[in-house]
Design a protein around this ligand. Structure first.
Ligand code: AMP
Ligand code: MG
Length: 545
């Protein structure tokens, strides 16, 4: 064994995907349609000068790789794809998908190469995947590479989402390739050379709805069944041996996991930006961080993706419906496995109501209420969401500061009732001031409307009976103080492109504890500065990456 590879010799690989599923018999790496196969074996391209920009120590720990090894040169070599370890079996998966509502045919891992499945000490199975490691049979017209700006965004955001408690793929490392990659960032015919980079993504599985769709679309029923059975046995073993009933139970669980993920997105203000069915994980993980974004001012119609600017299919407020639409496409793909379609239809029909219930209880949590009472809270929530759009309001700061509003202010006798009406609107709004982007929008009229809502809220909290300290604690555990604001990611990119990764490290650090005050990092909790309002990368992104 090469002594340089000693630090990896304890790693256990068990490549079940490539072992159990049909492989593309063609071993040459050229772009093509691949029939009847779940994957094609392919090696990562070698790059000139791998250099580590950042790594996530928690992910390394999951994989049983020490921090010291992560900082070594050989680590950068392995996770740039220059060195393939013994026991790895690199491949690109075949999948299809609906893009922006239209069937797009074969897509596949065009710039992702799965290295291996690593079984960690606790018997967890992790697939390690390099993104941007060179062309594969699925690269179509593109180069298989990725640039620093998009890789950095993926690296930071997947970790930020994890620490926020949102189901997501993880990121082990961000490595510069030492090579240039040409991109036309604005699609305006002015390409420029950018720094190439590779992210190592980590997840129990990267299987997408599109992996099943491709076989259904081609009438490859055998392969479809093999992939479904493999997925159930590997990732849903508690459901038991595959059978028509188990397929239905599996579908119901995929729906629940997807729904759970979307509720989390709505809670933290995340907009995926490209919810094509090839970007929907079978495990309900947030996957494929492209032109995603974070709501700054609360606007359900906002999308960060310039490619989607006209139709806004993937806007914030539409994500629950799109997830449902995507689940319908997934149901269509697997329906041949089940003799009857009604059970799948029944699961799909339950989705809107299930979503509503889960979304309501999430909103109750954001408001610090013990439970959602339809009679009062339906209007309370709906009116709040209208108010948040009346005046440009930072969603993250608003909910964080709402916790600070006194709902049980004590009177002189030490009782808990306070005559709220004696408080002026201005006093009532004071804790929320920082959430407003344009103070001149806070006219007497809008202030009165907000104050009136706050009084209703206070009454509701008192009726709920939760003391302020307890309510604050509960609210601050679901309303983050720190999210990867679009302009913060862009600042980190600007610096990293100039060779300084310090802001990447600092953001990774602060985003590890998004619900903690961390007063030393207060500046990263500030609302978007005016310069970032219309700056590309801060408010809008193209798919070019
Ligand atoms: P995405 O928009 O990232 O979900 O990508 C859609 C499809 O395009 C997937 O099959 C990707 O693998 C592929 N793709 C995106 N960028 C590239 C690239 N630079 N080289 C090769 N394939 C790519
Ligand atoms: Mg994708």
């Amino acid at each position: 064994m090469n002594p340089a590879l000693e630090p990896f010799k304890h790693l256990r690989f068990d490549n079940s995907f490539t072992h159990d599923l049909p492989a593309d018999p063609e071993s040459k790496n050229f772009r093509r349609q691949v029939a009847g196969s779940c994957f094609s074996r392919v090696l990562p391209a070698k790059v000139a000068q791998p250099a580590l920009v950042a790594h996530a120590r928690e992910v390394a720990e999951l994989l049983n790789i020490s921090d010291e090894v992560c900082r070594s040169q050989i680590f950068a070599q392995v996770f740039a794809g220059n060195v393939v370890l013994d026991g790895m079996d690199p491949y690109a998966a075949c999948y299809g998908g609906h893009q922006f509502g239209a069937w797009a045919g074969q897509l596949g891992d065009g710039r992702a190469i799965n290295l291996c499945e690593l079984v960690s000490g606790s018997d967890e199975r992790w697939t390690l995947q390099l993104k941007g490691a060179g062309p594969t049979p699925y690269s179509r017209g593109a180069d298989g590479l990725a640039v620093l700006r998009s890789s950095l965004r993926e690296f930071l955001c997947s970790e930020a989402m994890h620490h926020l408690g949102v189901p997501t793929t993880r990121a082990l490392s961000l490595v510069l390739s030492g090579e240039e990659v040409v991109r036309d960032m604005f699609y305006d015919g002015r390409p420029r050379a950018e720094r190439g980079a590779i992210v190592c993504r980590v997840a129990p599985s990267f299987t997408r709805f599109g992996n099943f769709q491709i076989f259904a679309s081609r009438g490859e029923a055998d392969v479809l069944k093999q992939l479904a059975d493999y997925t159930i046995r590997t990732d849903f073993p508690h459901l038991g041996e595959p059978s028509p009933d188990v397929y239905v139970a599996w579908f119901a669980e995929v729906c629940q996991k997807t729904l759970d993920m979307i509720v989390h997105w709505m809670r933290v203000g995340f907009v995926h930006g490209v919810m094509n069915t090839d970007n929907m994980s079978i495990l309900g993980l947030t996957i494929d961080y492209g032109p995603y974004g974070w709501l700054e001012d609360y606007d359900p119609n906002w999308t960060p993706n310039t490619t989607d600017a006209s139709g806004r299919r993937y806007r914030f407020g539409h994500q629950p419906q799109i997830a449902h639409w995507n689940l319908i496409q997934f149901a269509n793909a697997i329906s041949s496995l089940i003799e009857r379609v009604d059970p799948l239809q029944a699961v799909l029909d339950a989705y809107p109501k299930d979503f509503q219930t889960r979304w309501h209880s999430m909103m109750a949590q954001k408001l610090g209420l013990r439970r959602f009472e339809v009679e009062t809270d339906k209007d309370l929530v709906a009116d709040l969401l209208t108010l948040l759009q009346l005046v440009e309001t930072d969603m993250t700061i608003f909910f964080r500061k709402l916790a600070a509003v006194d709902c049980h202010a004590e009177d002189n006798e030490g009782g808990v009732e306070n005559d709220s009406d004696v408080e002026t609107d201005g006093e009532l709004l004071r804790p929320l001031r920082r959430a407003y982007y344009q103070p001149d929008q806070l006219t007497a009229e809008s202030r009165a409307q907000i104050a009136s809502w706050l009084r209703r809220y206070r009454t509701r909290v008192r009726q709920d009976g939760r003391p302020d300290t307890e309510r604050r604690q509960q609210m601050n555990a679901v309303n983050p103080k720190y999210v990867l604001r679009n302009y913060l990611a862009q600042l980190a990119i600007d610096k990293a492109e100039a060779g300084d990764a310090s802001l990447v490290h600092e953001l990774l650090e602060v985003l590890r504890r998004p619900y903690d005050e961390q007063s030393e990092y207060e500046k990263h909790a500030e609302k978007r500065p005016e310069w970032a309002r219309d700056r590309p990368g801060c408010s809008m992104l193209s798919c070019s990456s």
